[in-house]
Design a protein around this ligand. Structure first.
Ligand code: PMP
Length: 453
C-alpha cells in the first residue's frame, strides 16, 4: 500500500512555509511592492509571477550554480534559468569573451568570424550542415515553420499535446481527448486564427495517429522535442523515432526537432545520442549561456530547396530574421559556451549527477512509500507524483499536482535550494556538486517525512 498525502495537512504545511517565506524575505517583499506599481504583475516578465512564495525573491547575484537574493540568502540553483543558464551562471570563458566583444562592438549588421565557427561547431555536434541564427529558440522555431510551409506548399504543422516550443502560435494546440479534434490549449491569449486551421495535435508516442495525420498530405512539418520536457520528461517509446522519421519521409513532411531543452542529453543533444536525422533543428537558451541566442540548422536538401525556389524573400521583409539576430555579442557567447563550457567533459560531469539526483528521489519515494516516479534525460531529471512515468503529454498533464509541487518547491526554497517553478525539474551545471544533489535528497526526505506524518 502506498502512503497517501492528507490534503488538509498539506495545506496547513504550505501555510507554514508561506509564513516562513515572508519572514525570511522582507527586503524582497519591499522591492516587489515597489515593482508592483510599475511592472505588469510586479515582475519584468509574466512567468516570474509563478514562484511558490507568492512573490519572487529578488536576485542580486548569480554565479556558477549559486544565486544570492536581496535578503542575503544563498541558494543551490537547480533551475538554472529554466535551461538558459545550463552552463552555470556567468562561466568565466563566456564572461571574458562577451566583455571583450562588448568593447569591440555589439551589433553591426556584419558577420564576425565567430559566426562561421559556430556554424561549424553546431554542424559537428548535431549533424546538420547549414545554420542561421536568431535571438531565441522561439524565433528559431517560427523561422523553421515558415520555411517548412514555404518549401512544401502545405499549410499545417503537427505537434504533440502539451508540447512547448516558445510563444509559437501554431504550437498552442492540444488534441481534445473527447472528440479527437485539435483545439486551443487552455489559456491561449488572443490567437490570430483558430488553431485547427494551422495545426494538427496528436499524442506523443501514438504512431497510428501520426500516420493518420501524415497521410492527409496537409502536414508541412512535424515540430517535436525528441523527448518532451515541458510536461515532466516524457521519453519516446523504443522505435518511435525510427517510425517518425520513416513516416515523415514517406509522406513528404519535414521533421523539425527542437533541442532547446533536450540538449541536456549530451554535447549533440538527443539528435547525436539517438542518431536522429531531422531536416531542421532548433536550439536556443543554453548555447549562449543566456546571452540571447538561438539557431536553426538545415539539412543540405532543405538548404538547396530554399534557394532553388523563387519568390521567397529571405534577405529583407519575407518574415525570417531580425535586426539583432546573429549579432556579434550573441555569436561571441555561443563560441565561448560551445568551445569552452558545454564540452564533452562538462556533460561527463553533469550526467552522473543527474543520475545521483534521480537515485536520491527514488530512495526517498521508497522510504516513505510514496508512489512517485522520476525520469532523466542526460543532465536533467524530473519527478512526478504518479507511480509510472507518463507516455504522453495529456497523461502527464492529468497527473499534475500543483499544490504538492508548490509545497515541495517552497520547502526547498526556504532551506536554500531552487527548483524550476513550472515543474519538479532539476538541471545540473558544470559547477554542480554531489553535495548539492545530496542536499536536495535530504530536503525532499525531510519534506516527505513531514507530509506523510
Ligand atoms: N523550445 C523549448 C523546448 C522550450 O522549452 C522553450 C522554452 N521553455 C523554447 C523552445 C522557447 O525558448 P525561448 O522562450 O527562450 O524562446
Amino acid at each position: 500500500m502506498s502512503a497517501t498525502i492528507d490534503r488538509d495537512r498539506l495545506r496547513a504545511l504550505l501555510e507554514e512555509e508561506l509564513r516562513d517565506f515572508r519572514e525570511r524575505h522582507p527586503r524582497s517583499r519591499e522591492a516587489h511592492e515597489r515593482a508592483r506599481r510599475s511592472l505588469v504583475g510586479g515582475v519584468p516578465m509574466p512567468w516570474m509571477m509563478r514562484w511558490a512564495g507568492g512573490y519572487p525573491v529578488i536576485a542580486t547575484e548569480a554565479r556558477g550554480n549559486r544565486i544570492v537574493d536581496l535578503d542575503g540568502h544563498e541558494y543551490v540553483d537547480l533551475c538554472l534559468g529554466d535551461t538558459g543558464a545550463m552552463p552555470g551562471h556567468g562561466p568565466a570563458p563566456v564572461v571574458e569573451a562577451v566583455a571583450a566583444q562588448l568593447a569591440r562592438g555589439i551589433t553591426t549588421m556584419l558577420p564576425t568570424e565567430d559566426a562561421a565557427w559556430a556554424g561549424e561547431e553546431l554542424g559537428r555536434r548535431f549533424g546538420l550542415p547549414r545554420w542561421l541564427f536568431t535571438l531565441t529558440a522561439t524565433d528559431a522555431n517560427r523561422a523553421a515553420l515558415r520555411l517548412a510551409r514555404q518549401l512544401t506548399g502545405r499549410g499545417k504543422v503537427l505537434v504533440y499535446s502539451y508540447c512547448y516550443h516558445g510563444s509559437v502560435d501554431e504550437a498552442f494546440a492540444v488534441r481534445d481527448p473527447a472528440t479527437g479534434r485539435t483545439v486551443p490549449r487552455e489559456g491561449n491569449v488572443g490567437p490570430a486564427v483558430d488553431v485547427a486551421e494551422t495545426t494538427v495535435a496528436i499524442e506523443f508516442n501514438d504512431l497510428p495517429a501520426l500516420e493518420a495525420a501524415l497521410v492527409t498530405g496537409e502536414i508541412a512539418c512535424v515540430l517535436a522535442e525528441p523527448a518532451m520536457t515541458n510536461m515532466g520528461i516524457v521519453l519516446p517509446d523504443p522505435g518511435y523515432h525510427d517510425a517518425l522519421r520513416a513516416l515523415t519521409r514517406e509522406h513528404g513532411t519535414l521533421l523539425l526537432l527542437d533541442e532547446t531543452h533536450t540538449f541536456s542529453a549530451g554535447p549533440g543533444g538527443c539528435t547525436r545520442l539517438w542518431e536522429l536525422e531531422p531536416d531542421l533543428l532548433t536550439i536556443g537558451k543554453a548555447i549562449g549561456s543566456g546571452i540571447p541566442s538561438g539557431a536553426l540548422g538545415l539539412s543540405d536538401a532543405v538548404h538547396d530547396r530554399m534557394f532553388a525556389q523563387e519568390g521567397a524573400d529571405y534577405e529583407d521583409t519575407g518574415g525570417v530574421g531580425g535586426t539583432l539576430a546573429g549579432n556579434a555579442l550573441s555569436l561571441a557567447a555561443i563560441r565561448a559556451t560551445l568551445g569552452e563550457v558545454l564540452t564533452e567533459a562538462s556533460f561527463a560531469h553533469a550526467i552522473p549527477l543527474a543520475e545521483r539526483f534521480a537515485d536520491g528521489v527514488r530512495q526517498v519515494a521508497a522510504r516513505h512509500d510514496l508512489p512517485w516516479n522520476v525520469t532523466q534525460l542526460g543532465a536533467r531529471a524530473e519527478y512526478r507524483f504518479e507511480p509510472e512515468p507518463a507516455r504522453n503529454g495529456t497523461q502527464a498533464h492529468d497527473a499534475s499536482d500543483p499544490e504538492l509541487e508548490r509545497y515541495l518547491h517552497l520547502h526547498a526554497l526556504n532551506r536554500g535550494l531552487l527548483l524550476t517553478p513550472f515543474h519538479n525539474m532539476a538541471l545540473m551545471a558544470p559547477s554542480t556538486t554531489a553535495a548539492d544533489v545530496d542536499r536536495h535528497t535530504e530536503l525532499l526526505d525531510e519534506a516527505a517525512a513531514t507530509l506523510v506524518g
